[in-house]
Design a protein around this ligand. Structure first.
Ligand code: EZ4
Ligand code: CO
Length: 402
């Protein structure tokens, strides 16, 4: 089962995606997602120039060996570009192994640990009334968990809220748009929104909120305390996580559970957070954290520290990433929740897949491999368009975290 070819496909069916397709001499193919939102072409070049030439002639069955070869072999370890490239190779090789075995990938990971993958949707609106409508929309679709993002009075635009509610897309311009942020306005407004949502929907709906790295630890502690009466499932990315020790302070002050990890690339980014049980959910993804092989290593490490999974699932991760995530989600013992933002019709058409949503759960494909592919002819009709993520400034103009 030798690798004969690996193609890097860049396509923009409503947004940019980078996909790696590996072909073997016995005619099997596998796909892996390599999309790094706003920095797509860096990963495409890394793959084309530095990884694909190393793959040709290698045994596609040796997933772990190829992972180690690419990770250690680069010498320059870690980082989102390198780890997304390695992830794409790893994911494609798991796809090929599943096809060779005639089994869905989750069977190779130990088989099912649950009947379905509980997902959360995004209720986004400027006003509380708008949010109540959006939450009702998701509960009507069967969702058991909803992330609530709100506009903040006095701020023109806020992370997570956009005109097109179902297909929220932050990378909205060739050069970054600029938002204005005020922590005091935000901290004053958010608890009242959750009070209204709890009153309206009762105690059982699971509620989540994404702080998107904007607070300091003591500010996050205040937010966590003020949200305690509304029993959130998690408060996400309360502070930037470069300083893992910073989470100790939040933890000392609040019982609101904490989720973090969508920008993490390796187990080293979360080792202390997990060791010291400073978080409750680890949100790393297949694509940005080194593929199925490395993400499973992170989840296993989390499992022995009572930390559950909560993988990122925004629309900037392609259906290839989602397909792979579901095989992990359904098989690991410590699954928590899976984020599920729906892709647009154009994206779904380029990436035909057989995972599906029913009654608040996503179900992984039962086909051999991952159960997802890329239609290369259709992909070619959607050429790359430069698009970057916004930046954020405080009211006095200081650059802040977006
Ligand atoms: O801003 O994926 O939880 N989800 C998120 C996302 C991220 C985007 C960045 O590309 O925080 O909306
Ligand atoms: Co997030």
């Amino acid at each position: 089962m030798k690798i004969t070819e690996a193609r890097v496909i860049v396509t923009c069916p409503d947004r940019n995606f980078v996909t790696l397709k590996i072909v073997t001499d016995d005619g099997l193919t596998g796909v892996g997602d390599a999309t790094l939102n706003g920095r797509e072409l860096a990963v495409a070049a890394y793959l084309t120039d530095h990884v694909v030439p190393l793959l040709i002639g290698r045994d596609a069955a040796r997933i772990e060996d190829i992972w180690q070869y690419l990770y250690r072999g680069a010498y320059w370890r870690r980082g989102p570009v390198t780890m997304s490239a390695i992830a794409a190779v790893d994911t494609a090789l798991w796809d090929i192994k599943g096809k060779a075995a005639g089994m869905p990938v989750y069977q190779l990971l130990g088989g099912r640990s649950r009947e379905g993958v509980t997902v959360y949707g995004h209720a986004n609106a400027e006003t509380v009334d708008g949010i109540l409508e959006e939450v009702a929309h998701y509960t009507a679709l069967g969702y058991q968990a909803v992330r609530v993002q709100t506009g903040v009075p006095g701020l023109a635009s806020t992370y997570g809220v956009s005109a097109d509610r179902m297909f929220y897309e932050p990378a909205d311009a060739a050069l970054p748009t600029e938002n204005v942020w005020s922590t005091p306005r935000y901290l004053d407004h958010v608890p009242g929104v959750f009070q209204r949502v709890r009153e309206e929907f009762g105690p059982h709906l699971r509620l989540l909120h994404d702080v998107h790295h904007r607070l300091t630890p003591i500010e996050a502690a205040r937010l966590g305390q003020s949200l305690e009466p509304y029993h959130l499932t998690w408060m996400e990315d309360p502070v930037p996580a470069e300083l893992q020790e910073g989470f100790r302070l939040i933890r000392q002050h609040t019982t609101t559970p904490i989720a973090v990890g969508e920008v993490f690339n390796t187990i080293w980014d979360c080792k202390r957070l997990i060791d010291e049980q400073l978080i409750d959910y680890i949100r790393a993804t297949v694509v940005h954290a080194g593929g199925i092989t490395h993400l499973r290593r992170i989840f296993d490490y989390a499992a022995i520290h009572h930390v559950r999974s909560g993988s990122h699932g925004a629309t900037d991760l392609s259906p290839v990433c989602m397909a792979a995530a579901l095989h992990l989600d359904v098989s690991i013992p410590n699954f928590g929740l899976q984020e599920y933002m729906r892709h647009t019709e154009a994206t779904d058409a380029v990436f035909p897949h057989t995972y599906h949503f029913a009654d608040g759960y996503l179900h992984p494909s039962e086909e051999p491999g991952l159960g997802v592919d890329i239609d290369e002819e259709l992909a070619a009709r959607h050429p790359y368009r430069p698009a970057q993520l916004p930046i954020n400034r405080l009211e006095d103009g200081t650059v802040h975290n977006w």
